[in-house]
Design a protein. Structure first.
Ligand code: ARG
Length: 459
């Protein structure tokens, strides 16, 4: 038979393939709580405005709660023929309360309904990210506090560059995740306008109260243009952009954990809770969580690209293309939340191998810059000349198979005779990091001050 919702216009039902390509109920059932909350607010508003009777609105609001409990209890029979969550809910409401359920859709379309449901769903995901990120930052700050003065190599080009502190490295990620947090907060604020009442695209002739529904559903205001309200998916794209940046940061940290936990680096030990063994190689402890996290991030980038592609060619207002907005966003949000939780667990449970970090920091001529700086400061050499002298000393050390602090004073003097015994003071890695006291620098005292700032922010 033809569809109950628009049967008046149709003599024949859809082809089975049409039904398959058209249905979204397989995934948009995830928006059932938002759909029902939106409908309950709409029913209350219709009654308050005298558009439906209080008796009908009460029956709708009660019936919708019954539908919600059936869905949550797993007893609801979803129907593909009813396409999506909106029509599945309405059809069941009709069974529960009779034909007056048909009055719920007065002054409303599925176009503003789906825009509302999806917006509320994405808003919840922003809240979930806003809730999860401080926990990850807190885990990083705890690591930073424990290792404010542990020395490790800082890299550029993955080549040893200068010694830095473990705490400083951890807090670099705290900065990134805090920016992510502020992006989710911004996105949430911008998306918090209510599309309900835009109806199909033009608004409605019924005397609705959009401020009432907007307020009831936690929005700051109703959206100002009905065409925009049903066409806009910026909110989902902003969520995905914020998620992508956050995911990129997670992936970089995951990559570092993979490298650092290798036998060649041994900078960190990941706990048993976040690693797996091998079925053949008994010695293995693999960083699977970090690897999977690094890989899952691609789904989030993919979702952003996919939704941009869906939207870019659409004339105003609603097109069915927009039904393809949800599945990818759901998947991206799931991947992000899982990645955030896994990273928080890994960071909280990992152990920095303090001695290995320091040994690595002390190799690779990591204090060459300190030596050059000393030549500038103590002997008043121009930096370019100091760089040259230091480079010559590095080559000398390399040829002798030793590191910079192992050169004798005589060897040093053979390159520049102004060099004195004092130079050895700056060649140690602890002195090196302690001297980096410029604002934002790696010195342990700076790290401790930043840890205090983060703790205050998180409190
Ligand atoms: N399931 C649809 C979607 O997700 C709901 C809106 C349908 N609107 C329409 N005009 N066919 O976009």
């Amino acid at each position: 038979g033809s569809n109950k919702m628009w049967g008046g216009r149709f003599a024949q039902g859809p082809d089975a393939i049409m039904e398959a390509i058209n249905a979204s109920i397989g995934y948009d059932r995830r928006m059932a709580p938002q759909d029902i909350e939106g409908s309950r607010a709409h029913a209350a508003m219709l009654a308050a405005q005298g558009i439906v009777t209080d008796t009908d609105a009460e029956a709708m609001r009660e019936g919708l709660l019954t539908v919600l409990s059936e869905i949550e209890g797993g007893t609801f029979a979803f129907s593909t023929a009813l396409e999506d969550i909106h029509m599945n809910v309405e059809a069941r409401l009709t069974e529960i309360m009779g034909p007056a359920a048909g009055r719920l859709h007065t002054a409303r379309s599925r176009n503003d309904q789906v825009a509302l449901d999806f917006r509320m769903w994405v808003r919840d995901q922003c809240d979930a990210a806003i809730d999860a990120l401080p926990r990850l930052i807190g885990a990083l700050v705890a690591q930073a506090e424990a290792g404010a003065d542990w020395v490790m190599p800082g890299f550029t080009h993955l080549q040893t560059a200068q010694p830095v502190t473990w705490g400083h490295h951890m807090l670099a990620y705290a900065e990134m995740f805090a920016r992510d947090l502020s992006r989710f907060t911004d996105a949430r604020r911008r998306m918090n306008e209510c599309p309900l009442g835009a109806a199909a695209l033009a608004g409605t002739s019924f005397p609705i109260d959009r401020d009432m529904t907007a307020a009831a559903l936690g929005f700051d205001r109703p959206s100002a243009n009905s065409l925009d309200a049903v066409s806009d998916r910026d909110f989902a794209l902003e969520f995905l952009s914020s998620a992508s940046l956050c995911a990129m940061h997670l992936s970089r940290l995951a990559e570092e954990l993979v490298i650092w936990s290798s036998a060649q680096f041994r900078f960190v030990r990941l706990s048993d809770r976040w690693t797996t063994g091998s079925s053949i190689m008994p010695q293995k402890k693999n960083p699977d969580a970090a690897e999977l996290l690094r890989a899952k991030i691609g789904r989030i980038f993919g979702a952003q690209t996919a939704l941009l592609m869906v939207m870019k060619g659409l004339p105003l207002a609603y097109s069915k293309d927009m039904q393809e907005d949800k599945e990818q966003v759901f998947d991206a949000a799931d991947s992000l939340m899982l990645a955030l939780a896994a990273m928080t667990g890994m960071v909280a449970d990992m152990t920095a191998e303090k001695d290995n970090l320091e040994a690595a920091a002390s190799s690779g001529f990591s204090t060459a810059t300190d030596l050059a700086d000393w030549l500038v400061r103590e002997l008043d050499l121009p930096f370019r000349e100091a760089h040259h002298v230091t480079g010559t000393l590095v080559r000398m050390a390399e040829e002798a198979g030793v590191d910079l602090p192992d050169l004798t004073l005589d060897q040093m003097k053979s390159v520049h005779d102004g060099i004195t015994e004092d130079v050895f003071g700056v060649l140690g890695v602890h002195n090196s990091v302690a001297s980096r006291t410029s604002y934002g620098g790696t010195a342990p005292d700076n790290v401790r001050a930043q840890v205090a700032r983060w703790k205050e922010l998180l409190a």
